[in-house]
Design a protein around this ligand. Structure first.
Ligand SMILES: [Zn+2]
Length: 262
């Protein structure tokens, strides 16, 4: 830790004071030194690497549990693609409600066809969306012979396409095949209770026989969401998790809280 005074700053004036002015998290500035920088329009740049571990205000008995939802391979379709695959004017038939409000698994399924192989009975999730998106596991990618990148839902730039076979006809998607990046859905209330912000990289630890830490799970907050960790089947199988199991939230943005170390 360094104590930064006005005198020490004045001594640096001759060779120039960088803007922003780099300091570590432990460095202390005297009020006069802060005024000195402020009056010259110089901002502080606290280096994140040196910041102390975050302290989330969880007591040991109350490390938050997050329920797990395992997502099997599935397809989201635009209305246009629903009609091409199933016939004009066709609407999806809700079969089962999903954990997130308004989302449903449809009765309808399609077949995915890649250069190496096909996967049948792939569930369509509704309601229909602006653009079609196909979420598979890395293992599915080997079956299909396509290796899609890891992406958050909706981020489809530079993703490969895939052929979809429906009862009426087959279509070739130009893009939209992804391996879904793991994420946690939270309502705004749950986010504030867990001290989580939009886009935080959460660290969760699985319990049980084969404990696994997922080190960068994206927090997605929306008023229609409710607390649920979404993993694909490869991740769930590796950690021996099933839908309805729980994991522990043990930190965020690269820092594990002291809650679990103790
Ligand atoms: Zn999700």
């Amino acid at each position: 830790m360094a104590l930064i005074t006005e005198t020490s700053l004045r001594a640096q004036l001759a060779k120039g004071i960088p803007n922003p002015y780099p300091v570590t998290a432990e460095d202390k500035l005297t009020p006069a030194a802060e005024d000195f920088l402020k009056s010259r329009g110089i901002r502080l740049n606290r280096k994140a690497d040196d910041s102390p571990p975050i302290r989330l205000d969880w007591s040991k008995s109350a490390i938050p549990n997050i329920p797990v939802g395992v997502s099997n391979r599935h397809v989201h379709l635009s209305e246009e693609h629903v009609e091409l695959l199933f016939g004009s004017g066709y609407r999806l038939t809700p079969w089962r409600e999903l954990s997130q409000k308004g989302q449903f698994a449809a009765e309808e399924t399609v077949t995915l066809a890649g250069p190496k192989g096909v996967i049948g009975n792939v569930r369509i999730l509704g309601p229909s969306r602006g653009s079609s998106q196909v979420e598979v596991s890395r293992t599915d990618g080997f079956t299909l012979g396509v290796h899609p990148p890891l992406r958050l839902s909706g981020q489809l730039e530079d993703t490969p396409g895939i052929a979809l076979i429906g009862p009426k006809q087959a279509i070739m998607l130009k893009q939209g095949l992804i391996v879904a990046k793991n994420h946690v859905h939270l309502s705004p209330e749950e986010a504030s209770r867990l001290q989580v912000e939009q886009g935080d990289g959460l660290i969760v630890q699985t319990l049980g026989e084969r404990p696994v830490i997922f080190a960068d799970v994206v927090a997605r907050i929306h008023e229609h969401f409710s607390l649920d960790l979404h993993l694909d089947t490869d991740e769930a199988n590796a950690a021996q998790l099933r839908t309805g199991d729980v994991v522990r939230l043990i930190g965020k943005n690269g820092c594990i809280t002291e809650a679990l170390r103790g």
